[in-house]
Design a protein around this ligand. Structure first.
Ligand SMILES: NC(=O)C1=CN([C@@H]2O[C@H](COP(=O)(O)OP(=O)(O)OC[C@H]3O[C@@H](n4cnc5c(N)ncnc54)[C@H](OP(=O)(O)O)[C@@H]3O)[C@@H](O)[C@H]2O)C=CC1
Ligand SMILES: Nc1c(N[C@@H]2O[C@H](COP(=O)(O)O)[C@@H](O)[C@H]2O)[nH]c(=O)[nH]c1=O
Ligand SMILES: [Zn+2]
Length: 331
């Protein structure tokens, strides 16, 4: 999200923000919102991200600022996107604008943390999320039960918050055992908004075909081994569908890095990984995470699947009725 404000003689005369990829940028909306366009020549434009310099889905905002005769530009942070990255600022300077860069820089980077991670680290912003019992388990001992559903640890308020989080991210991922044991839907249900793209690891394609993840209602990417995919394709057991995509990777390599490259190639800027422990630990051990959101319920399991082991900076802790939510950052 990028925001822009236009100020004339200490008075805000225009405001705008970038609503959606492909639509008008913040500066365009802010400029268009100014009723008396003749004031622009004596105004300052504030924008949280460097004005763009390239013809992307829309024309360059730096050209528009210059064309409107705005003389002073205050920028929160440089754009990490290689097509822009300093070029927007240079265009403005060359046109004789006064340009201030780095105002509330940290706040502006935080606002677009997904976008920054995607361009600077060439991977999605990674949020780890799990719920653990009071004694540190994410599930009791798994019995080979026909009844494929999660053992619920958290309360309905935490669960609703998770659905809000799902609506805020572009992808959601789980490991094979979780898909087998829980038959999760991984959609956004108790909150409004989009469901993320579902991603599941399934090296040997052993997740039952009638699983909710394969119902084709939402775009779903299955990450499997090269050999098994070839075999299934040869047997014509994979029917191509726009919402069910199979991607093979070399499981003898570093899985975390492979998944990150794959999601980057799919242009997915963020992913929430909802377990289980083995999958979460894979990313933790490779330092491939940005935030961990951990619920603790008041239930005790005594034995079962241990929660992941990790260390990070605790940035917030709160009670949600009987649950505790702790959020950590990896920095
Ligand atoms: N409370 C909570 O928040 C949650 C609880 N759960 C519970 O956790 C349990 C499952 O957890 P867990 O057993 O840790 O399983 P995972 O869901 O993490 O699945 C593990 C499997 O995924 C594949 N996999 C994961 N990481 C790798 C890797 N680095 N390399 C290769 N393959 C990998 C392997 O499949 P393969 O063996 O086919 O190679 C592995 O056996 C379930 O009981 C579920 O109910 C799950 C999610 C959240
Ligand atoms: N058990 C457990 C969670 N489990 C996670 O939620 C998934 C189920 O998603 P869905 O089928 O969409 O409701 C499940 O597979 C696992 O990833 N989450 C929590 O917030 N609290 C909990 O106590
Ligand atoms: Zn722009």
């Amino acid at each position: 999200m990028v925001g822009s404000v236009i100020v004339h003689k200490d008075k805000i005369i225009g405001e705008g923000w970038h609503r959606k990829s492909g639509e008008a940028h913040a500066e365009v909306n802010a400029i268009n919102s100014v009723k008396d366009q003749s004031l622009l020549k004596a105004s300052t434009i504030y924008v949280s991200l460097e004005p763009c310099s390239h013809f992307g889905k829309t024309p360059p905002c730096s050209d528009l600022i210059i064309a409107k005769g705005i003389k002073k530009v205050v920028i929160g942070t440089v754009d990490p996107f290689s097509e822009v990255s300093g070029r927007g600022i240079n265009k403005l300077l060359e046109a004789g604008c006064e340009v201030l860069v780095g105002i509330l820089e940290k706040e502006c980077q935080e606002l677009n943390k997904r976008f920054f991670t995607f361009h600077l680290k060439k991977r999605p912003y990674i949020i780890l999320k799990w719920a653990q019992s009071e004694d540190g388990f994410i599930a009791p001992v798994i019995e080979n039960s026909e009844d494929r559903k999660p053992v619920w640890i958290t309360n309905k308020y935490s669960s609703q918050l998770v659905h809000k989080w799902r609506s805020e991210e572009q992808a959601i991922m789980v490991g094979t055992n979780t898909a087998v044991a829980d038959n999760p839907k991984l959609n956004t249900r108790t909150w409004t908004g989009k469901s993320p793209v579902r991603v599941v690891i399934d090296q040997y394609l052993r997740i039952p075909e009638d699983s909710a993840l394969f119902n084709k209602s939402i775009k779903t990417i299955v990450i499997c081994g090269e050999k098994v995919l070839q075999e299934k394709e040869d047997q014509q057991k994979i029917i191509p569908h726009k919402n069910l995509l199979f991607e093979s990777v070399d499981f003898s390599q570093n899985l975390g890095t492979l998944v990150c490259s794959l999601l980057h190639a799919y242009d997915l800027h963020s992913v929430i990984i909802e377990g289980g422990t083995q999958t979460l630990q894979t990313f933790i051990d490779q330092g491939l995470w940005d935030e961990a959101r951990i619920f603790s319920g008041d239930i005790q399991f005594k034995k079962g699947v241990k929660a992941p082991e990790f260390s990070g900076n605790l940035i917030s802790e709160k009670k949600i009725a009987s649950d505790t939510l702790k959020i950590y950052r990896n920095d």
